[in-house]
Design a protein around this ligand. Structure first.
Ligand code: ARG
Length: 639
């Protein structure tokens, strides 16, 4: 399978070069799926935007593009039509669509390696995805849920595309609060450090609160806490031991959640704030020297890509100031004064931003990244804008002959309760992720046991099967309900909506998958005759050997087109970091399948048609399984 839009783009760019000469090469042909299938499959709006520049009439330009495309007579095109003010309507050829499906290799032995014959990215990149990143000594709450599952989907999609993905769990495991925690632990709970004592992250969280309260009221404790920070930084064994205990306990907690969530993060992906500790002081000293105001103001010419930055002392703190190409401050306080990014406080302490700069430098220089994606909530937008602008200003992202390192902040909104305020428990506390996931699974189980839609269906499931399906559906529902949102919007958390069997939900898609698999099983279990005709193997799960697609009914072609759109969907998720493009795609795919299945009998059709339709069923199930897999959602064969 190859991406339709990529093929069309190449064709259009060749045609545009015919017409415009070399300058046509870089022009974006502005391709999109046709708004209405009546007009074709895709449309290009390039003639209209180009005509503004060339001074031609858009329709004339469109005609010339069409002429040039026709002269090439590529197999992918059936008809081209100029419409309205200069749209080019494109209809793909049936033969090309059928061939594309027929070329998809039969399912490999290990379904996990199924790539549907998609070629890996031509220009594989090294990409850091920085996600999840909970804070030690606190339970993970719903806010970290979004980062964890959205980031994990990015990592899976990029990896599927053939990029080298480096997952980085930038946990909050450093900072002055640890002095307090260590002091409190040693003083109030010395036995917690005894390996035989069981301490849970909930205990840690309680003593985090207590330590805070104590620090507020007891100056003596404050002193001890400060001394513990110094001891920890100096690597004093007892402070280090207490710190390791706190981090280890927290780690156990979040690794258990990742496992429950089916998230691909492991302990090896953890590179927390503490990792960068030794780099902070030399980094700040170096930046202060190299970006002192006098030198940079003279030399550097700022551009929108590389702001001009200076690093200077202000009120005892060391600050980064960013200026745009016009010499104006890029960030300002409400009163209009420049807003600096502080990287060392006047008391010598380093900050969140300092660690992020050190992490960025490490990733660029040591990990050799081409791109870094940070997945955090939208409240950190300005923090990342400042960090990115600084990195560009320091020229860290600039590479000779290789293009800039791409930096993305994939931000997201909040999860709201039905009262449209950030989701809380009834008593107003943050909802614990562990509780939420437990509830998801038990609700899914209830649903399976009382399957109103089809009570006959669930008969015959063993208790183990019910538990397995409930796990997959419950966790899948929570993840899908999040991933199908435009990530920047807030959304209302609703059990009823996410667990619904109808609509754009995980249960609906998982059920569609299971139904199609059942059709495939029936197909392969049919008479000897069919087995011979289809050359299917005796394996009851086996797909027909190599597709031979025939279009008799428009619904077959519509399904085939939708299947072929998988490649471009994955490309746009990887490029634009919009996972909801994949959920929308999968939902549309099952819609196209349902229409097809309504009007195209599969098992009772005559041999050639049956084989073709059976092949469409099989391929649909593969695309659903792979697509949901990229979202980190596991399918079940029966439900
Ligand atoms: N620990 C942070 C928080 O909970 C998120 C860290 C995100 N990653 C980063 N490189 N800053 O808000």
């Amino acid at each position: 399978m190859t991406s339709i839009t990529e093929q069309l783009r190449e064709l259009f760019q060749a045609a545009l070069q015919d017409i415009l000469g070399p300058s046509g090469q870089g022009v974006d042909p502005l391709l999109r799926p046709a708004a209405d299938a009546k007009f074709g499959d895709y449309q290009s709006n390039v003639a209209m935007s180009l005509a503004k520049k060339t001074g031609d009439r858009p329709r004339d330009l469109a005609e010339r593009i069409v002429q040039s495309l026709k002269e090439r007579s590529p197999a992918i095109l059936d008809t081209l039509e100029v419409a309205g003010p200069g749209f080019i309507n494109i209809r793909l050829s049936d033969g090309w669509l059928a061939d594309s499906l027929n070329a998809v290799p039969a399912i490999p032995d290990t379904a996990a390696a199924d790539r549907l014959g998609l070629a890996p990215a031509r220009d594989p990149q090294t990409v850091v995805v920085d996600y999840s990143s909970p804070n030690v000594a606190k339970q993970m709450h719903v806010g970290h849920l979004r980062s964890t599952i959205i980031g994990d989907a990015f990592a899976r999609v990029l990896e599927f595309e053939g990029h080298r993905v480096i997952r980085q769990n930038h946990i909050g495991d450093w900072g002055t609060q640890f002095g307090m925690l260590i002091a409190y632990l040693k003083q109030e709970m010395p036995d917690a450090l005894d390996p035989s004592r069981e301490v849970h992250v909930a205990d840690l969280e309680a003593f985090y609160r207590q330590a805070n309260a104590l620090a507020a009221s007891d100056p003596e404790f404050q002193k001890t806490a400060r001394a513990e920070v110094v001891a920890l930084h100096a690597g004093e064994p007892s402070a280090l031991k207490a710190w390791q205990f706190i981090v280890g306990e927290s780690r156990r907690h979040y690794l258990a959640i990742y496992q429950k969530l089916g998230v691909s993060l492991t302990e090896a992906d953890e590179r927390g704030e503490s990792f960068y500790n030794d780099r902070l002081a030399p980094l700040v000293a170096d930046l202060k020297k190299r970006f002192a105001p006098s030198d940079t103001t003279k030399n550097a010419s700022a551009t929108p890509q590389t702001p001009r930055v200076t690093v200077e002392e202000s009120d005892g703190a060391i600050c980064v100031f960013h200026c745009n190409a016009d010499g104006e401050p890029m960030f300002t306080k409400p009163d209009g004064d420049p807003l600096p990014m502080i990287i060392r406080k006047s008391d010598g302490a380093f900050l969140y931003a300092t660690t992020d700069l050190a992490a960025m430098q490490f990733r660029v220089e040591q990990l050799g990244v081409d791109r870094i994606i940070y997945v955090t909530d939208a409240r950190q937008a300005q923090h990342f804008e400042m960090v990115f602008a600084a990195a560009r200003g320091f020229s860290w992202t600039h590479r000779q002959g290789k293009g800039e390192v791409r930096l993305d902040h994939a931000s997201f909104g909040s999860i709201l309760g039905t009262d449209r305020r950030p989701l809380k428990t009834r008593t107003g506390e943050n909802i614990k992720l562990a509780d939420l996931l437990g509830e998801a699974v038990s609700r899914a189980e209830q649903l399976i046991r009382t399957n109103e839609a089809d009570p006959a269906k669930r008969r015959g499931f063993s208790e183990d099967e019910i538990a397995d399906i409930a796990e997959a559906v419950g966790i899948g529902a929570v993840k899908y309900a999040d991933l199908c949102q435009n990530r920047q919007s807030d959304y209302v958390f609703s059990w009823d909506k996410m667990l619904a069997m109808e609509g754009n939900t995980a249960p609906y898609l998982m059920y569609a998958y299971a139904r199609i698999r059942s059709i495939c099983r029936k197909g392969s279990g049919m008479s000897e005759q069919v087995q011979e005709d289809t050359a299917a193997s005796a394996d009851s799960q086996a797909a027909p050997d190599g597709l031979d697609t025939v279009f008799k009914d428009p619904a077959e072609r519509a399904l085939a087109l939708q299947l072929c759109r998988f490649a471009e969907t994955i490309d746009s998720v990887a490029g634009g970091l919009r996972v909801n493009m994949l959920t929308d795609y999968l939902y549309d795919l099952s819609g196209a399948f349902m229409k097809f299945y309504e009007c195209c009998p599969v098992l009772s059709a005559e041999t050639a048609i049956r084989k073709s339709r059976w092949g469409l069923c099989d391929l649909t199930s593969r695309v659903l399984r792979i697509g949901l897999g990229l979202l980190g959602i596991r399918v079940v064969e029966r439900m």
